[in-house]
Design a protein around this ligand. Structure first.
Ligand SMILES: O=P(O)(O)O[C@@H]1[C@@H](OP(=O)(O)O)[C@H](OP(=O)(O)O)[C@H](O)[C@H](OP(=O)(O)O)[C@H]1OP(=O)(O)O
Length: 432
């Protein structure tokens, strides 16, 4: 099927297929677990919102393409694919603009229930849950759904869904002037993405789609073909149906369109430019400040003030953070002209940040089993699967070992300085 190639529009089930038959299953047991003398002290989760509707811009494009097919279908010659799509009811309205879909609420409720089942001691009654979110509607709604998923038996301080808006941590990219000016608002920054849209792989896809739709190829462009592919992904994620839009694409085409989406993620949120990941150091440091605090409290036998911290953001919250930490980095950059060389790449956004993606830091306190064992240990889970630490290749690390590995970021990455616009007016991409 095509569903493995939907990039950031992938269902969470793509990375955890066992959830299809049982949404509450914890899946295969993760290796490398800690001894029973270790108890979790703090859990910090950074989530992407659940399944959402397309953004207004994409809905507008889809409307345009659909209208074109309607006009085409009114013409003389028979063209079955175009006729089928002209008949397809265009039900997306611009007002849906990236809002959380009902499936997105379920994504979050179920994720919360699995997390609680995985860490029963932390999610026990009367533990404090600090819940924060980006100001976007889909994230606030995701936060509320997550909390609802924890259910009435867990007492997190009454019924009111208190989700704190925290854009400085969840939308740090908006507040980073250097990122906004040099990447977000700089057309030249996306030159690899734009070059790929005009390149030979996309040209082939365009010609195939144009021929299936009996349209002159000049009437199509990469953005319209991409929206057709996106619609296939949205219909599956939101409505769980295989839409007629999917029939326009083969698996080969899907791989090309996945690469197009990954190129955007790479240059806007990943390794493409340093500022993409550096802008997230404010979030990275916040995570370690809270871990530090929990260690201090534990050392002085105080109750942990924030045992559970859950924050809901975007693909563009998680992806830069993972890049800052060095995950999913290929030897070669993703470029318009090295599609073929990247068939086995690590950077596949559908595997990293599907809907409801989650990165979880768990801090443990371990009673001394022997003198050499460190008291504080950490585990990292991405989409509920252990991530190996780069410094050890293991799935658990001593807290001091982890801090030592990221010492430079923790000490020398300052959001304000990193995000300051350079005094000279640079917009050339090679100077970024
Ligand atoms: O779906 P698109 O192409 O409109 O892009 C989304 C962005 O919309 P925009 O291009 O600014 O209109 C959208 O931007 P806003 O937050 O709406 O400003 C997000 O960046 C979204 O990521 P996520 O789904 O919230 O994790 C973006 O989605 P992904 O690129 O993460 O799939």
């Amino acid at each position: 099927g095509l569903s493995g190639y939907f990039g950031t529009k992938s269902r969470y089930e793509e990375v955890n297929p066992h959830l299809v038959s049982d949404p509450l299953s914890l899946g295969p047991a993760a290796g490398g677990s800690l001894p029973s003398s270790c108890t979790p002290l703090q859990l910090r989760a950074v989530l992407r919102h659940g399944t959402r509707y397309p953004t207004a811009g994409q809905i507008r494009r889809l409307g345009e393409l659909h209208a074109r097919l309607l006009r085409r279908a009114a013409g003389a010659a028979a063209c079955p694919a175009a006729a089928a799509l002209a008949d397809w009811p265009m039900w997306y309205e611009e007002s849906l603009d990236g809002r959380l879909a009902p499936q997105g609420r379920r994504d979050m409720e179920q994720l919360a229930r699995r997390m609680a089942a995985r860490f029963p001691a932390l999610f026990a009654a009367r533990r404090r849950l600090a819940l924060a979110s980006s100001s976007k509607h889909r994230c606030l709604q995701s936060g509320a759904a997550f909390r609802r998923g924890l259910g009435p038996t867990l007492d997190f301080g009454g019924d009111e869904v208190e989700v704190e808006v925290n854009d400085s941590l969840m939308r740090f990219f908006d507040h980073c002037a250097k990122f906004v000016a040099l990447v977000e608002e700089n057309d030249a920054a996306m030159c690899q993405v734009n070059a790929f849209k005009e390149g030979p792989e996309m040209k082939k896809v365009l010609e195939k789609v144009a021929s299936a739709l009996c349209l002159p190829v000049e009437e199509l462009n990469a953005d319209l073909v991409q929206v057709a592919f996106l619609t296939c992904s949205y219909e599956l994620a939101i409505k769980n149906v295989t839409s007629p839009w999917c029939s326009l694409f083969s698996e080969e085409d899907a791989k090309v369109l996945e690469y197009l989406n990954d190129l955007k993620q790479y240059w806007k949120r990943g390794y493409g430019y340093d500022i993409n990941s550096r802008s997230s150091c404010i979030l990275f440091q916040d995570i370690f400040q809270h871990l530090d605090k929990a260690v201090e409290e534990s050392k002085s036998s105080k109750p942990i003030s924030s045992p559970l911290i859950v924050q809901v953001g975007h693909a563009e919250t998680l992806q830069p953070l993972l890049a800052l930490m060095g995950y999913f980095k290929d030897d070669e950059p993703l470029l318009a002209d090295n599609y073929a060389r990247h068939a086995q790449r690590k950077f596949r956004s559908g595997r990293i940040v599907p809907y409801a993606a989650n990165l979880v830091f768990v801090l443990y306190h371990c009673d001394h089993v022997n003198a050499s064992q460190e008291e504080y240990q950490v585990q990292l889970l991405l989409n509920e699967k252990p991530l190996s630490f780069h410094h050890s290749n293991e799935t658990t690390s001593t807290y001091t070992g982890l801090k030592d590995y990221y010492k430079d970021i923790l000490e020398n990455c300052h959001f304000k300085e990193e995000c300051q616009l350079p005094k000279v007016n640079i917009t050339a991409v090679d100077e970024l």
